[in-house]
Design a protein around this ligand. Structure first.
Ligand SMILES: [Fe+2]
Ligand SMILES: [Fe+2]
Length: 247
């Protein structure tokens, strides 16, 4: 671990690169697992989730960011992007919500600056950092755009995570519309059809808890963001609820 850290520092400062053979591209040295297992990363992921718990938001912790990382990686991998580009999307996915530790407003941009510091300390090159923080800073539907494949993958992954396990409030009677919509979703799956050039968010929704219209009310802007992100990747975006195609 320390050897590899030293190698990264050497590469970052222009010394001869001793990147591990597993790296797909020159300079591609900081692995996703190293980011995920870094204690400082763990600390900020945890604190961001705790801050959101304080203000009544759904779960945004390890489960959410781990899932976003995995889905973002898979989206690019399935669409034929280089392994390292997919890994950068995984890293961006894992770090995308740490800005919530500072403030919910502008958490995407705040998180980008925080990630820059963390990744720089871990020895990532500026070129790769830029890809990661560009994705983090653009992941939120209100003030972000798919500026790169990495950013588009993180948007698609983030917007697809709607599930009952995200609801913290144990009291159904006190559910707000976000809780209700999340709780109603028993299964969500982002299906990437590389041959058909189509990405579909497949939801299984308990309509006794939340009507499909409520889902639209909450998630219309998210769906539009997903469609835009898919378009950037040159694929179409669709949504199915209980097997019925809605878009
Ligand atoms: Fe976010
Ligand atoms: Fe998120």
């Amino acid at each position: 671990m320390s050897q590899r850290s030293n190698a990264r520092r050497g590469a970052a400062s222009g010394a001869t690169s001793t990147a591990p053979a597993a790296s797909a591209e020159p300079g591609a040295v900081l692995r996703f697992e190293e980011v995920r297992e870094n204690p400082r990363v763990g600390f900020y992921v945890r604190k961001a989730d705790e801050a959101l718990a304080e203000i009544g938001y759904t779960e945004h912790g390890e489960r959410h960011v781990g899932l976003v990382a995995r889905i973002a990686f898979n989206v690019l991998k399935r669409l034929g992007y280089p392994e390292r580009t997919a890994e950068l999307a995984a890293i961006a996915g894992y770090l995308h919500d740490i800005g919530n530790a500072v403030n919910r407003d502008h958490h995407a941009q705040i998180g980008a600056v925080m990630a820059m510091q963390l990744l720089s300390d871990m020895g990532m090159s500026d070129e790769e950092i830029l890809q990661v923080i560009g994705a983090i800073g653009n992941h939120h539907e209100n003030d972000g755009d798919p500026v790169s494949p990495v950013a588009a993958a993180v948007i698609l992954a983030d917007k697809s995570d709607v599930h009952r396990t995200r609801v913290r409030n144990p009291d159904m009677i006190k559910f707000d519309i976000h809780d209700r919509v999340n709780y109603a979703v028993e299964k969500s799956f982002l299906n990437v059809d590389e041959a058909g050039k189509r990405i579909t968010l497949e939801l299984t929704v308990d309509t006794a808890i939340s009507q499909v219209m409520e889902y639209f009310e909450i998630f219309m802007t998210r769906m539009l963001a997903s469609r835009k992100a898919a378009k950037f990747l040159d694929v179409s975006f669709g949504l199915t609820v209980n097997g019925n195609r809605l878009t």
